[in-house]
Design a binder for this molecule. Structure first.
Ligand code: PGA
Length: 243
């Protein structure tokens, strides 16, 4: 793993944006894998700034998001469709046909997962996958489990994830209990991966991700086996690593 440590979230996200920009320059029609959550917000602001300044051209990219809540239509304020259009897509000039997210309201979820996986394959696979990380080591919504998941699938969110997402909803009962997510194998097949984490609350899971046993109980630990991972950390998130 290639570990980069900076002072704070802003500096980390500037490095992440530079790596995304390098990918765009190398391959203007690249396939980007994108996350939601608080973590990528400074990155998305920086990408919007670069696009507005004419320094990043997203006109030929295809994007695939990691996941979507089951039960939320795309217009829902807390859907990941809405999150992405609000925080990134509307600011970098992409067209709807360039972006992909699983549908949270598909009646046949198995068919929707298969469709999503096939769409990623048809696009040639993900060139650069950006990831956040949950406190329990989830990547996408792949929660700790008995085995690493494979393809895009439906998952039950753990109580700790429901609690972590509670802040975005009026009541805990409103937090969706299930999501569709790229599988661990889907994520692992990306040619390059940027995992971003900042804040003291992520220090322990970053230590487990980098130095702990590779096990499905810590889904992010699988990244130790990937040959092209950049771990972008602020000092607090890196605090439990002996660098
Ligand atoms: P966060 O979530 O960016 O809001 O910390 C990350 C995640 O759960 O994957």
């Amino acid at each position: 793993m290639h570990i980069i440590v900076r002072e704070n979230a802003q500096e980390i996200c500037e490095v992440a944006a530079a790596l995304v920009r390098a990918q765009l320059l190398r391959k203007p029609n690249c396939v980007l894998g994108l996350p939601t959550g608080s973590t990528p917000l400074p990155l998305y602001a920086e990408l919007a700034r670069l696009a507005a300044a004419g320094q990043a051209d997203f006109s030929q990219v295809t994007t695939f998001n990691l996941d979507e809540y089951v039960g939320l239509p795309r217009e829902h304020e807390q859907s990941y469709h809405n999150f992405m259009w609000t925080n990134l897509f509307s600011k970098i000039g992409v067209r709807p046909e360039q972006v992909n997210l699983p549908s949270g309201i598909a009646t046949d979820t198995a068919a929707e997962c298969a469709r999503y996986e096939a769409a990623i394959d048809a696009a040639g696979g993900v060139d650069l996958q950006v990831l956040g990380i949950g406190h329990n080591g989830h990547i996408g919504f792949n929660e700790p489990a008995e085995a690493f998941s494979e393809q895009t699938c439906m998952v039950e969110l753990t109580p700790s994830t429901i609690q972590a997402n509670r802040r975005f909803f009026e009541t805990e009962a409103d937090v969706p209990r299930r999501a569709l997510t790229m599988g661990i194998r889907t994520i692992f097949r990306a040619k390059e991966i940027l995992l971003i984490a900042y804040g003291a609350a992520k220090a322990d899971i970053i230590r487990q991700t980098v130095c702990g046993p590779i096990q499905p109980g810590v889904p992010s630990s699988v990244l130790q086996l990937h040959s092209n991972v950049h771990l972008l950390l602020d000092r607090e998130a890196a605090a439990a690593l002996s660098l």
